[in-house]
Design a protein around this ligand. Structure first.
Ligand code: A2P
Length: 256
């Protein structure tokens, strides 16, 4: 049995010259947990060319959303960025991943630390009612180079207010914390710098990161993950997995 199916593209949105998102039809049999990724791609010269993509839509949605970088000479994204509504893409049948609630032990506060397209899995996690059942506060941190790159997350959070399932819960518990590193914006600086200076914790009124209360999910580039991981570990949090839940989990969001 083939490991992929062919699915129709329902819509495509170009956010900047570096970022785009798209929605594909969801096969009736496709099940996933919020925060997981799936292999996705195109047939190139008769062969499937697939990369791991975080699912950016909630588990109850009819479609599957994805948020992608465009890399000019990237084998997949150079082609994927020109897909249009009605085109077909290849979609893996099975989803996996570590950025799932099941890999974390209970805590009070959940930090979702993301840069660039690393916000994609959190677009799923923040629309899952279970997230708000498990945590008193959910802090969505998103840092990007340019203001326009923050727009995807801003709209996500804006739409959450009217979400029939989690709207009220999110209004109560979700803190959206955007930052821009290369352009003027009300908040500036890398996530790591915002953690080091204590600005992040001061602004949301939380104590410094600690394993008694805090759980963390990290998604971004390899370097961002390494640097955030170092800080989270220095605060005493231990890495969790599906088979062994603990205090933080990481996943890279790098597609070429
Ligand atoms: P900066 O503008 O200072 O490089 P990218 O698009 O390259 O993935 O970057 C997305 C965001 O992540 C940018 O705001 C970038 O900041 C930031 N970033 C890059 N590397 C790191 C890192 N090692 N730790 C934390 N943030 C990082």
């Amino acid at each position: 049995m083939a490991a992929v199916t062919s699915e129709k593209v329902l819509s495509v949105t170009h956010w900047t010259d570096r970022l785009f998102s798209f929605r594909v039809a969801r096969p009736a049999s496709f099940r996933f947990r919020s925060g997981e990724f799936v292999m996705l791609g195109l047939e190139v010269e008769g062969k499937p060319l697939l990369r791991a993509y975080s699912i950016a839509s909630p588990a109850w949605d009819d479609g599957l959303d994805f948020f992608s970088i465009k890399v000019e000479d990237g084998p997949l994204t150079s082609r994927l960025q020109s897909i249009q509504t009605g085109d077909e893409i290849l979609l893996g049948k099975k989803s996996v991943g570590t950025l799932v609630l099941d890999a974390l032990t209970p805590g009070r506060r959940l930090y979702l630390l993301s840069t660039g397209t690393g916000i994609a899995p959190f677009a799923s996690v923040t629309r899952d009612p279970e997230t708000y059942e498990r945590f008193e506060q959910v802090v969505l941190v998103h840092a990007c180079r340019q203001v326009a790159e923050l727009e995807y997350g801003r709209r996500l959070v804006e739409a959450l207010k009217d979400d029939p399932l989690v709207g009220e819960l999110a209004a109560d518990k979700l803190v959206y914390y955007p930052s821009c590193t290369r352009e003027e914006f009300p908040r500036r600086g890398r996530i790591t710098a915002l953690m080091d200076s204590g600005q992040l914790f001061d602004e949301i009124g939380a104590p410094p990161l600690n394993p008694a209360e805090d759980r963390v999910m990290i998604c971004g580039s390899m370097e961002m993950i390494a640097d955030c991981r170092a800080r989270v570990e220095a605060a005493g949090l231990k890495e969790g997995a599906n088979s062994r839940p603990a205090e933080f989990v990481v996943e890279k969001s790098f597609v070429d």
